[in-house]
Design a protein around this ligand. Structure first.
Ligand code: GDP
Ligand code: GDP
Length: 435
């Protein structure tokens, strides 16, 4: 399951300040062009090796009183549906307000972990005042200052306790879990319909049309695989922005639950910044990646078009040029099988274990030919390499001065591994240990 932390609370308590502190800067997967909202409302964070997505639900409250009631419900609904932990934020300066009580009443109904976060506890005195929030009847109060960061570490220590332990394990006996991601209207539902062989979900020309969420195990073309939750969008929400928001959240969940992400683009539009953001997120979460350029039937082509298109896309993807690219038409069913086959192959690459002897045979020669540059007059000697028994392919390099192996050389090593062994589309991690 995806780890999603939602921040709720009335306006001005400091939700977006905390949000910005929890997420890695510039990491929001969509930008202002997305049309979702004006500023960012979700991003991802990491705490002691646990990754999570943070939602700032506050952006949906625009302040006008008449819509406020509804806005509260919308926020909480989003939190209810999607979050693993809810941070209910209040303000130590103001103490308990009527609106806090309204929020508390709704939040109390939610059968999910709720943590009361008393913000603006910038000093001891303010922190002491936070005890009045026990009156909300929601248990422990976590005092923080989002502005200066104090208390946020203790808060996160508690937050991650609520995460499900999926970690590095694939619970389905190695059957690849595939997420199909992409902007609205690229053809995701149509693709699923072809896989299902029947009109299971509604496909229309209108971006953001309601669809079923599907999470299905397949045996097709001789391959076993699971499609994790799709671009399914809720019907009930009337607001277009909410539809987009839901669809993004579901994409994040489906991405987190997968082994391999098929990132689908529309051939007519090419690779856009938002696609790159999703690819970045998939990379961040160490997923296998396959790029599917769909609606290839709509592109006018000669015998050079495909190569040119591929090179243009690769240039935008750099340095991630190990991502396989498949040109499809869901409409004419061109290379649909190939796309699935490739996704399964990426998963196999992701599971690949290279023997220590094969690794050392290949890499020690390369390293001898092009050794790591000496730093401060010290020679760096890599003695041997072994692949660790982890879910994500991880290679440990044992050397005398691990701290001196810098990023460019690490990239060189990664490229050599990719060149010599089959890791197309798979994430790779390198670690350097002292020996
Ligand atoms: P939101 O409406 O709940 O998202 O609140 P914001 O994050 O926009 O913050 C509202 C105001 O509170 C801003 O002026 C922030 O600078 C301020 N603020 C946020 N966190 C703190 C804090 O920990 N201490 C203090 N003193 N001010 C804060
Ligand atoms: P989604 O929003 O990504 O799920 O996209 P849909 O599956 O709803 O597809 C959007 C529109 O694109 C529909 O009208 C589809 O019929 C059309 N479409 C999907 N795949 C292809 C394709 O390969 N070629 C063409 N020409 N149209 C396609």
């Amino acid at each position: 399951m995806a780890n999603i932390v939602a921040i709720v609370g009335r306006p001005n308590v400091g939700k977006s300040t905390l949000f910005n502190r929890l997420i890695e800067q510039r990491s929001a997967i969509m930008d202002n062009e997305s049309g979702v909202t004006r500023d960012r409302h979700y991003g991802y964070g990491e705490w002691t090796g646990k990754y999570f997505t943070v939602i700032d639900t506050g952006g949906y409250v625009t302040g006008s009183d008449d819509i406020f009631e509804g806005a509260i419900r919308d926020q909480v609904k989003i939190a209810l549906d999607e979050a693993s932990v809810i941070l209910f934020m209040v303000d130590c300066h103001d103490g308990v307000t009527g609106m806090d009580k309204d929020f508390a009443n709704i939040v109390r109904e939610i059968k999910k972990p709720v943590m009361v976060v008393a913000n603006k506890a910038d000093n001891q005195e303010k922190a002491f005042m936070a005890s009045e929030f026990y009156e909300l009847g929601l248990g422990e109060i976590y005092t923080v200052s989002s502005a200066n960061g104090s208390g946020t570490g203790d808060l996160l220590d508690q937050v991650i306790k609520h995460f499900e332990e999926t970690g590095d394990e694939n619970p389905d006996d190695g059957i690849p879990r595939i997420a199909i991601l992409g902007r609205p209207n690229v053809g995701k539902s149509s693709f699923l319909n072809v896989l299902l062989g029947k009109e299971r979900s509604i496909v229309t020309d209108i971006a953001g049309t309601t669809r079923d969420a599907i999470n299905t195990r397949y045996k097709l073309y001789g391959k076993d695989f699971i499609i994790t939750d799709t671009a399914g969008i809720r019907k009930k929400s009337k607001v277009k922005e909410d539809l987009e928001f839901y669809s993004v959240l579901r994409s994040i969940q489906s991405l987190q639950d997968s082994d391999v992400c098929i990132i689908m683009i529309d051939a007519q539009h090419g690779l856009e910044s938002q696609d790159l953001n999703i690819i970045g997120l998939a990379q961040k979460y160490k997923k296998g990646i396959l790029l599917m350029v769909n609606k290839w039937d709509l592109v006018e082509k000669d015998n050079k078009t495909l190569d040119k298109y591929r090179n243009d896309v690769l240039a935008k993807l750099a340095p991630m040029d190990h991502v396989p690219i498949i040109f499809t038409s869901v409409l004419t069913k061109q290379r649909i099988f190939k796309a699935i086959e490739k996704a399964v192959e990426v998963h196999e690459n992701r599971m690949r274990k290279v023997s220590t002897s094969a690794l050392n045979d290949v890499l020690l020669k390369e390293i001898e030919r092009y050794p790591p540059p000496a730093i401060k007059g010290k020679y760096i000697k890599i003695k041997y390499i072994t692949q660790l028994p982890t879910y994500t392919p991880t290679f440990a390099f044992f050397c005398n001065l691990p701290q001196y192996i810098k990023a460019p050389y690490q990239r060189f090593l990664e490229n050599k591994i990719r060149k010599s062994f089959e890791f197309e589309g798979a994430p790779i991690k390198l670690v350097f240990r002292k020996k």
